[in-house]
Design a protein around this ligand. Structure first.
Ligand SMILES: CC(C)(COP(=O)(O)OP(=O)(O)OC[C@H]1O[C@@H](n2cnc3c(N)ncnc32)[C@H](O)[C@@H]1OP(=O)(O)O)[C@@H](O)C(=O)NCCC(=O)NCCS
Length: 208
């Protein structure tokens, strides 16, 4: 991850956005500020609401999606797609402690937080968030806009669709498919394929 040498603007003003600002600072990149509906805490520079996004994009700023998820990925998907439609260009960020195998395909706007791991052969779509300590084992595929929450373990060869929230500490056994828009609850152990759009919880994971 290189210093973009452009103004860096984070979309979102909550604690997830603040954490991304701290990760960037550790890499020597100071963010210009945050665009959010509500004014963020005093230690974050507020640039304004969505209306100001276009002018920052025109002036050459590069953006980061600072929206996390605790249930579904709709908001973080919408924020990203709306910003793209307004001409925003996104950068990917990676904490210094994250480990990404060199041949892992990484398109734009990927976020890998502290101690996240993506092993050899992984393919990750745009606007994916791989949160603190999450592990993608070899050959895992993650569709765009999905969130792999803290401490999750996705075993080798698993295919995760678009916009999936894969919960904190959840595990998916090897080679399974998790359909687009599915929600895997925190701590679930996924032992069978998960249908698109369903929510599963528990060990073994069952639909609710
Ligand atoms: C699965 C989840 C999305 C369900 O949320 P919800 O639709 O609001 O569901 P509710 O809280 O109303 O719970 C519905 C039922 O499922 C149970 N349940 C909810 N989440 C569960 C989980 N992770 N494991 C086991 N059971 C769970 C509840 O106890 C409740 O059972 P009951 O009807 O017998 O009381 C949510 O609980 C969850 O696990 N989210 C992931 C959190 C996460 O990953 N955070 C990381 C942020 S970085």
């Amino acid at each position: 991850m290189n210093n973009p040498k452009r103004d860096v603007v984070i979309l979102g003003g909550g604690s997830h956005a603040k954490m991304l600002g701290a990760i960037l600072l550790r890499r020597g990149i100071a963010v210009k500020g945050y665009i959010s509906k509500l004014k963020p805490s005093d230690d974050m520079v507020w640039l304004g609401q969505d209306e100001v996004l276009e002018s920052f994009a025109r002036d050459g700023a590069v953006f980061i999606n600072g929206i996390g998820s605790v249930k579904n990925c709709e908001l973080r998907t919408r924020v990203y797609l709306n910003a793209k439609a307004s001409g925003a260009e996104f950068m990917s960020i990676q904490d210094t402690s994250a480990q990404v195998h060199f041949d892992t395909a990484m398109p734009e706007a990927i976020i890998l937080l502290t101690n996240a791991v993506a092993q050899v052969g992984c393919k990750v779509g745009a606007n994916v968030l791989i949160n603190t300590g999450a592990i993608l084992e070899h050959d895992v595929e993650v569709g765009p806009h999905s969130h792999i929450a803290p401490g999750a373990v996705v075993c080798g060869g698993v295919k995760i669709g678009a916009g999936v929230h894969f919960g904190a500490g959840a595990v998916a056994l090897q080679n399974l498919h998790i359909g687009g828009g599915a929600i895997v609850g925190a701590g679930a152990v996924v032992t069978k394929n998960v249908e698109a759009g369903t929510t599963v919880v528990g060990n073994p994971a069952r639909a609710i």
